[in-house]
Design a protein around this ligand. Structure first.
Ligand SMILES: *Cc1c(COP(=O)(O)O)cnc(C)c1O
Length: 391
């Protein structure tokens, strides 16, 4: 008999009942150190007082009104994102997937209005993840994502990560945009080198293409800058954001330049919930924290500490770990064991990690994790690795 919850996930038998900062408390009282943050979502940890205050304050005033009316919390959040980024304009969604939908629509509408309705093509990359909608799975293109769900949304071509010649060859007169994660998340924490992102920007300028960045996982302070592309010193035309921006409340956004967004006029897109008062109240509180230069400096300092300790962990357990990669607090441990086995050994050692593709276990802690918590987390990972070796 089919479970009452549609069985599309393989779930660990853990029932968390409370969260405090970087800690998750199980029904039975065990305290887990959370290095997953609900997959890069709880950027300020669990139950951060400022987020609780923003949420409950708004809950007592007004939850939802629809986008038929002006929403001051949404306006304030858009102003903050515009002030802090390359973007001139923002559309709010409820998820990363919906941000992907709009990014694709926006790029196509741009070329349509420019008199190039043939430029519907989008080049994306193997190993990427852009969500589970028809556009999202078409953009990722992997068999795992699309098999059985055809007909697949047309217009996407895929090239290998790092295949410059393949990328050049894939561009033709129907290409309108390039879509890429600056750091592949689900794909196994594979950072695009800064010079490659600069090269992509130059290529887009040269060939007249829109550059769409998916910063759903790597944005909002995760890498130690507000957005990951800032490390390379170049900007996209369109960017998808979600996960961290709501700090745990479902919220996403598409940020764009005025030029790239020029086709999106009244009536061309919408969302019932997108940018509602409750979501934006929390989003504003998140932004107030993560845009503080002191906050980002602490992220970078803690990232350095974690990285150093993880290099030691890898060196201590060469049979379990192959290496450590990533940027800021978006870390991948490349493992020589099955990633799921290390994640499970982590549960026994009371530390939460997240598996990814390419034999990687992800560490995506809250951005305000403390130095002591980092030390304890690595101790617990050490215990997990030791237990695996003994198994
Ligand atoms: C999680 C993720 C998405 C999809 O976001 P949802 O909120 O799950 O719809 C898209 N792109 C990237 C890079 C992601 O990590």
């Amino acid at each position: 008999m089919i479970p009452s919850v549609l069985p599309t996930y393989s779930r660990a038998p853990l029932h968390f009942v409370k969260g405090e900062g970087s800690w998750l408390i199980e029904e039975d009282g065990r305290r887990f150190l959370d290095l997953g943050s609900g997959i890069a979502v709880n950027v300020l940890g669990h139950a951060h007082p400022a987020l609780v205050a923003a949420l409950t304050g708004q809950a007592n005033a007004l939850w939802h009104v629809s986008n038929l009316y002006e929403i001051p919390q949404q306006q304030a959040l858009a102003d903050k994102l515009v002030a802090a980024s390359f973007a001139d304009t923002v559309f709010f969604t409820n998820s990363g997937t919906e941000a992907c939908e709009l990014a694709v629509k926006m790029a196509r509408k741009y070329w349509y209005e420019k008199g190039h309705p043939e430029k519907t093509g989008i080049i994306a990359f193997n190993g990427s993840f852009h969500g589970r909608s028809s556009a999202g799975i078409a953009a990722a293109g992997s068999e795992k994502m699309v098999k059985g769900f055809g007909p697949i949304l047309p217009g996407f071509k895929h090239v290998d990560w790092g295949d410059h010649d393949g990328l050049e060859a894939a561009i033709d007169d129907t290409t309108g945009a390039i879509l890429i994660e600056p750091i592949q998340g689900e794909g196994g924490i594979r950072p695009l080198p800064d010079q490659c992102l600069r090269g992509l920007r130059a290529l887009c300028d040269e060939r007249g293409l829109l550059l769409i960045l998916d910063e759903v996982q790597c944005g909002i302070g995760r890498t130690g800058k507000l957005f990951a592309h800032e490390w390379a010193g170049v900007t996209p035309d369109i960017m998808m954001v979600a996960k961290g921006i709501g700090g745990g409340f479902p919220l996403g956004a598409v940020l764009a330049t005025e030029e790239a967004a020029s086709g999106m006029t009244v009536g061309t897109h919408g969302s019932t919930y997108g940018g509602n008062p409750l979501a934006c109240a929390v989003g504003n509180a998140v932004m107030d924290h993560v845009t503080d230069p002191d906050f980002l400096e602490t992220v970078n300092r803690n990232a350095g500490l974690l990285r150093q300790k993880l290099e030691g962990l890898v060196a201590a357990h060469p049979e379990v770990f192959e290496g450590v990669r990533g940027t800021g607090l978006m870390i991948g441990l490349k493992v020589r064991v099955a990633p799921a086995d290390l994640v499970r050994a982590g549960y026994d050692a009371l530390v939460i990690t997240v598996p990814a593709a390419d034999n990687v276990v992800r560490l995506l802690p809250a951005l305000n994790i403390t130095g002591d918590e980092i030390a304890e987390a690595v101790n617990r990972l050490d215990a997990a690795a030791t237990a695996l070796k003994g198994a």
